[in-house]
Write a protein that binds this ligand. Structure first.
Ligand code: AMP
Ligand code: MN
Ligand code: MN
Ligand code: MN
Length: 290
């Protein structure tokens, strides 16, 4: 492997059953390997509990890998996701920060369940909890799976559209970590912070500029350019933003489940060659680097 090239098949964003994916870390590592991934990271939401299993499985498969997590942040009243890569997964401040970030999820899930009950959908908390592999991490995705199971919606995308996004009956606002805290936890644990799927946030141009500016000011260093959440036009837009803000570029499918995800591990286009990939400054943190 020559990890400095933009064209290596790196996939640095996916979820296991330790957060809101459906596969165990070992099965994800095997799927990444089978799909030709050459550098992999598991990035569960607000949780590093799957990291040791993911890395052990990847090493068994001779699959180079990095530690990872995707931290939920509230910025300008909107939920933004910050991926961390190549950190020490046992760093006490990072582990404590993630535990605090997970902390509000149970109450939010109960509030969502009450809101859904008022909209005529009973038993949503118990229904969602049944799908959660990690009791500390009940997410909207688990509610979406329950709502598909109980009929009325054909897939999880429809559930989100009709029930789980702002303005819909099951949406409950939530305050996550601050941008500063998330970036600082990642950096102090020796990792690199990455703005996840910026094309998803529906920010105005001014708000997006503020996100990138403040992210950099806190020590953030990278942005996802090629992700399953972006259109081809957004690959170009965020490649331009990476250059404008002097950020490293990342690539990842954001894979959650063989049944639900539109983009599989390792199947995205390469990063544009004009960018510097985030795996370049992470060379010495790649496990099993050749
Ligand atoms: P939570 O962290 O509990 O608010 O859940 C967020 C997760 O829900 C994301 O990581 C995605 O997996 C999923 N998600 C968010 N928005 C959508 C959407 N519009 N369609 C499908 N899944 C979504
Ligand atoms: Mn998710
Ligand atoms: Mn995300
Ligand atoms: Mn994700």
């Amino acid at each position: 492997m020559t990890p400095s090239r933009t064209r290596i098949n790196a996939d640095l964003h996916c979820h296991s059953a330790v957060s809101d994916g459906t596969l165990e870390p070992e099965a994800l590592a095997a799927r990444a390997k089978a799909n030709g991934v050459e550098l992999w990271a598991l990035t569960d939401h607000d949780e590093v509990g799957g990291q040791h299993r993911a890395i052990a499985a990847a090493l068994d498969l001779q699959l180079p890998c990095l530690t990872g997590a995707e931290i939920s942040v509230t910025f300008a009243g909107t939920t933004v996701h910050i991926v961390g890569l190549g950190f020490d997964a046992d760093d006490p401040a990072l582990v404590a920060g993630l535990a605090a970030t997970r902390g509000g999820r149970r109450q939010r899930a109960m509030d969502m369940s009450h809101a859904l009950a008022e909209a005529g959908i009973a038993g949503a908390y118990e229904g969602a909890a049944k799908y959660a592999g990690n009791p500390e991490l009940i997410s909207r995705t688990h509610f979406a799976r329950f709502l598909v199971e109980s009929g009325g919606c054909t897939d999880t995308y429809e559930v989100f559209r009709r029930f789980l996004v702002e303005g819909k009956p099951g949406y409950v606002p939530h305050r996550w970590a601050s941008l500063r805290d998330a970036v600082t936890w990642i950096r102090r644990a020796g990792g690199i912070a990455v703005i996840a799927h910026p094309g998803r946030y529906k920010f105005t141009a001014n708000e997006e500029y503020a996100l990138f500016t403040e992210f950099k000011a806190h020590g953030g260093e990278a942005v996802e350019v090629v992700t399953g959440s972006h259109t081809a036009a957004e690959f170009v837009k965020y490649a331009d933003m990476a250059l404008e803000f002097d950020l490293f570029a990342s690539r990842g499918a954001d894979f959650h489940s063989p049944e639900e995800s539109r983009t599989d591990l390792g199947t995205l286009p390469d990063l544009p060659t004009r960018l510097t990939p985030v795996w370049e400054p992470l060379q010495d943190r790649i496990q099993l680097a050749s």
